[in-house]
Design a protein around this ligand. Sequence first.
Ligand code: ATP
Ligand code: MG
Length: 591
Amino acid sequence: MENSKDTHDTTKGEKPPESAGSSTPAPPNFIRAIIDEEMKTGRWGGRVMTRFPPEPNGYLHMGHAKSICLNFGLAADYGGLCNLRFDDTDPAKESVEFVESIKADVRWLGFDWDDRQYAASDYFEQIYGYAVQLIQEGKAYVDSLSAEEIRQYRGTLTEPGRESPYRNRSIEENRDLFARMRAGEFEDGTHVLRAKIDMASPNLLMRDPTLYRIKHVHHYRTGDKWCIYPMYDFTHCLSDSVEGITHSLCTLEFENNRELYDWVLDRLKVYHPQQIEFARLNLTYTVLSKRKLITLVDGGYVDGWDDPRMPTISGIRRRGYTPSAIRNFCDRIGVAKSNSTVDMALLEYCVREDLNKSAPRVMAVLHPLKVVITNYPEGQVEELEAENNPEDPAMGSRMLPFSRVLYVERGDFREDAPRKWFRLAPGREVRLKHAYYITCTEVIKDETTGEIVELRCTYDPQTRGGWSQDGRKVKGTLHWVSAAHAVEAEVRLYENLFTRENPNDVEEGKDFTGHINPDSLDVLTACRVEPGLAAAPPGSRYQFLRLGYFCVDTKYTTARKPVFNRTVTLKDTWAKIDKAQKQKKSSDRRR
Ligand code: ATP
Ligand code: MG
């Protein structure tokens, strides 16, 4: 066996970070327990019908991925269906661009809604009809207080609200005013339609919630047909009802909204799905809120929604994450009733685990240092065979050119090397992966700066392929490229976008942007990659031996110069050794 001690070329033996369970099948959770029970009692006639209801006012993020996997996953597992429904009741911020990005992202994650793409705006006419019905039954009224007054009348958690002076308008008057609201007779903010429930309810959302407001705003689908738009709480339950949803899954913040959800459907005596709340996903070192992500995009803190540092689906896609890694991650984190924060390391573990199986191994030198093999004939080129993936022999092999002038990683050479340094140093012998053993004989420095500009080495022709015939062992194996054959590339290294585990944890008067990591992007422009990568298609993924997983950037790659994004690092065993040694030294000192 090759000694791979210093190649850190594997996720083998890496334990999943805490909280990672096994990946298949989907672990039980409280929602599955509810459905299992209902399957026995026949509550929904054996049906499971879910929906994923994004508002098209931004790009999807990892939190949405959790919701998508949950909704589509449950439907698939119980032989049901999941609809894609755009919750488009706030036209000022919504657009076709967002609709299209959301569809692309859900598809990329591997889910399919067939022909069941809906929008709340499909139901505007129906929802309007339900509002009229509530008016008829004396359960809704047109209020003419200003927004500010409505707020003041609402009361607080400790004080009941006050009834609006317009609360007791006649049904006739309400019908007339509501029709004229629709007809466009009134300006924004002059009237709203409210449910007549209870101004003293302990649940503030039940204190005569607004059902409709006037907004003279163009809607990306309905155009200028409407100038009144239904509120989320009125729209969502009715959309679920119209579509015959069985389980309306939403995040915990909507727990208080459930009472209103049920009130509307009960009053209207229509088909009544069950709302179930689950904990939203929070991830360390990032933010999962569209509003905050918009701030990052609009503030120019990142290079758009698909910046590879963004926790958006389009960002992680560009970064090189795979759909199966995301689905696996969502299975592993499970679904619970209480909020928690998941370690980013778990997501990265899932990505590594997936790419380890599928990504071809290649060689790339990020910080090139020239090596001249002094005893290798000038002008000679050899083709050496290199396996594409030791985890999967079926992936075959490729030929790599080897010649007298090579590049190795600058960090793989140390002039004053410690005893356990198994890489290049004066007089030390290492293996070049798939090639030969080489020994460093001379260090050439720039006369003025003193910088090391070249290493002179000799090679042992008896070690072709990286094996010695005399059984002599070397501990270090380095990656390399042939200088004359290598392709110049740009490589982008990413770190966490925030320096703080919880970026929302801010001091008085500051906001989360104060925790942005100024060093989250490192662009290396003079890297050298093996020749085959000149033709690597945008989006394709590789393991750069000893360095990590990388993918070809879809935005900046040109025919002349490939650009690679670092998807995720490998475990760096040297960093671990370094740390262990430091710890040992300090404990020795204490003794
Ligand atoms: P944000 O808080 O980022 O603005 P949102 O809830 O307003 O998100 P929607 O487009 O309304 O975004 O969400 C669509 C679906 O995704 C909803 O059912 C919502 O509950 C779910 N969702 C949003 N964020 C998360 C999250 N962090 N974890 C799990 N589900 C989420
Ligand atoms: Mg929302």
